[in-house]
Design a protein around this ligand. Structure first.
Ligand code: ADP
Ligand code: MG
Length: 398
């Protein structure tokens, strides 16, 4: 159960509502929004507030400007996209705070939407500067956090300002936290987690926690090679983190002690280089040539993993099974995603930016129960870690 108040629990009519959203979207080379998923995900909260007569002030970061204005990261493309999606005028400021913003906010009418400039143009955002948080708070009567993708960071617009105003969750943030937490607390069994992706060091927290709750743990992608080395195998030039081998060995032991079935690949597609036109071959996991890399799981592994997914009732997936961006190494990720989609009896939850990109590539996004918009934040939540942006919100009574 989500224990924080949401926009539905308070009166927003006529109030100035500062909404932290996650509009950190990819842009095309010409500077248009390349993927509007995150903007669409924030629409329910924005519409709710508009419909209930709030004056809606939106704030987001985009990319990594270094605490000062940077034309590459202005929110104008976001404004255009949002305006189209909402079918309503959206006015945008060229700065985050200051007299122009204060004056413009004073003129807002109920139902109006105003977009502030990229909050990371301000040096106080990432340092969570109290003075900057105070300037943000002065713009509004209520704070709404709907930026699940940024909830693991204690920045001025995600955490600082939440302590200075009545602070509640937006509908997206509430749904994200609720879905991810209940996946663990109310899981139907068999519960299967499928983990892949590149850096095993980023994912140990999740691996560790998953071993506590799942029946089966399927490990593919670049991260599996560190496990194979822990088992004494040679992985050639495959991605591997030598300083994590002991950690991987501990996880293997933990899974065994808990009776969790830990499935690792038994064969791979290998090549000399990560490129579209390289020569590839299938080898068993004991036969990876010293000069080559495993870049996707092999056909026998695909069958093994499909079998592990078929009878699951709860499925969590994070991390591609191979370098799915390139055609020669996409089939492992695609087949696993198809297997999850085909298991319509299971609740399927997907986290991670690249996993989501893979679902989009294979046109399977709609066939998952839930796809999280937060990469780092969803991992943090599943690890059982703190989400400062969420902790700072008001608790539900009783
Ligand atoms: P997510 O964003 O879903 O959490 P990650 O960021 O952990 O996933 O990992 C995604 C990346 O892992 C992809 O860019 C993919 O190309 C890469 N990857 C997967 N398998 C391998 C592999 N065997 N070797 C090298 N890179 C891999
Ligand atoms: Mg990623």
């Amino acid at each position: 159960m989500f224990s924080k108040k949401t926009v539905r629990d308070i009166d927003v009519a006529g109030k100035r509502v500062f909404v932290r959203v996650d509009f950190n979207v990819p842009l095309t080379e010409s500077g248009a929004v390349a993927d509007d998923t995150r903007i669409r995900a924030a629409l329910p909260t924005i519409r709710y507030l508009m419909d209930h007569g709030a004056k809606v002030i939106l704030a987001s970061h985009l990319g990594r400007p270094e605490g000062k204005p940077d034309d590459r990261f202005r929110l104008e493309p976001v404004r255009r996209s949002l305006e189209k999606l909402l079918g309503r005028n959206v006015h945008k400021m060229d700065v985050v705070v200051g007299p122009e913003v204060t004056e413009r906010v004073e003129r807002m009418v109920p139902g109006e939407v105003l977009l502030l400039e990229n909050v990371r143009f301000e040096p106080g955002e990432k340092t969570n500067d109290p003075a900057f948080a105070k300037e943000l708070a002065a713009l509004a009567d209520i704070y709404v956090d709907d930026a699940f993708g940024a909830a693991h960071r204690a920045h001025a617009s995600t955490e600082g300002v939440a302590h200075l105003l009545p602070a509640v969750a937006g509908l997206l943030l509430a749904r994200e936290v609720e879905t991810l937490s209940s996946m663990i607390s109310d899981a139907q069994h068999p519960f299967v987690a499928i983990l892949g992706g590149s850096k095993v060091s980023d994912k140990f927290g999740v691996i560790d926690r998953m071993i506590d709750v799942v029946d089966r743990l399927v490990v593919g992608g670049g991260m599996c090679f560190t496990f194979l080395v822990a088992m004494g195998l040679d992985v050639g030039k495959s991605l591997m983190e030598a300083d994590q081998v002991d950690h991987a060995r501990e996880m293997l032991a933990k899974a065994k002690a808990r009776g969790v079935d830990l499935l690792l690949p038994v064969d791979f597609i290998v090549a000399d280089a990560i490129a579209e036109d390289v020569e590839t071959k299938v080898v068993g996991r004991e036969e990876i040539p010293p000069t080559q890399m495993g870049l996707d799981i092999g056909p026998t592994t695909i069958e093994l993993f499909k079998g592990a997914i078929a009878d699951a009732r709860t499925i969590f997936w994070n991390g591609p099974m191979g370098v799915f961006e390139l055609a020669p190494f996409e089939s492992g990720t695609r087949e696993v995603a198809v297997a999850i989609a085909r298991n319509t009896r299971a609740v399927s939850v997907v986290g991670g930016g690249d996993s989501d990109a893979a679902l989009k590539k294979f046109d399977l996004e709609e066939r998952m129960t839930f796809v999280s918009t937060g990469g780092g934040a969803s991992m943090k939540l599943l690890e059982g870690g703190a989400l400062p942006g969420v902790d700072a919100l008001m608790d539900k009574e009783g």
